[in-house]
Design a protein around this ligand. Sequence first.
Ligand SMILES: Cc1cc2nc3c(=O)[nH]c(=O)nc-3n(C[C@H](O)[C@H](O)[C@H](O)COP(=O)(O)O)c2cc1C
Length: 369
Amino acid sequence: MLFEPLKIRDVSLRNRIVVSPMCQYSAKDGHVGDWHLVHLGKFAQGGAGAVFVEATAVERRGRITHGDTGIWDDAHIQGLQRIASFVKSQGAVPAIQLAHAGRKASMARPWYGNGPLTPEDSTRGDKPWSTVAPTERSLGEGWITPRAMREGDQQTVLTAFKEAARRAHAAGFEMLEIHAAHGYLLHSFLSPISNDGSAEERMRFPLQVIEAVRQAWKKPLFVRVSSIDDVDGGWQLEDTIAFAKKLKQIGVDVIDCSSGGILGSATAATKTLIPRVPGFQVPFAESIKQAAGIRTMAVGLILTPQQAEEVANKVDLVAVAREALFDPNWPLHAAQALGADPEFARWPVQYGWWLTRRESLLRKLGVRK
Ligand SMILES: Cc1cc2nc3c(=O)[nH]c(=O)nc-3n(C[C@H](O)[C@H](O)[C@H](O)COP(=O)(O)O)c2cc1C
């Protein structure tokens, strides 16, 4: 199943493996560079069905760190175009995640502490900036107090998302994901931890943004959600299911089912109620698929080909992040492990031609069975 192609709208994926968006904290004023091209290019060469560019800010103030990639200016298109074009040339679908960090903007890069920007960061040139959020509630002690967004601010952000979708199209991307997870702006609207009002009221602005993007973007549209906040009194799976039903009505194609992040990092070792074990978020993707009748993608500690195959039998797409950092050729290796590529036919010809011949030699020598 993992190597069954999948068609979403007019876009065909060669398999069900997606490289999840991963911030590299290495952009300059939002511009991608050679690092991003090689980083993402490797995954396309490595056989993934689709490769996502990291959380890319729709507004300058919506960056998590100074090193985030951006798409708030037409000048960002050219660099992104190089990536989309190379990824596509390697047979993978080029995809990009659009994001606004909200109250989690103005942070230090992970290797400088992953917290609020400090005077030490300022000496490196990374000065703090002011942030916006649904309410003035900050992420926690020591964090910047955001300014509560008014109607006009909401219109500005909505337009920024729409404009970003236009630029993503101009750059040649074929799939788009809206980041509504991990405590960033749209998630902070959804969650009762960071916003007031009924669930219906909290969903209103994220739905408006997603609907506006849906109208501007005709190709496959994903929305990443935190299926649960994973803190007491937070957003629950039932809320996500209700939200997913509305997203389906709007015309969203896939729900990317992550979790957490409303009060801290979604990936670093923060205290969680749900134990972080292999595949811990897969049940969310399964439930949301069944209850909302929409395609879902699972992510989170999916490590082995056999595990991924099992996941692919339950949901539509399987996303890998850190495992792809560990082994950029993970999809090609998974294909071999599952018997889906005995002849290196899925490898780039520049590598496969040599590897088939080496394999025959190794068999003759008895090194391989
Ligand atoms: C270096 C790094 C950067 C990340 N950046 C993003 C991001 O830009 N957007 C996002 O939605 N998730 C981001 N994540 C989360 C991953 O997409 C993924 O959901 C998470 O790492 C769990 O999958 P894994 O166990 O396969 O790593 C990031 C994770 C890592 C390790």
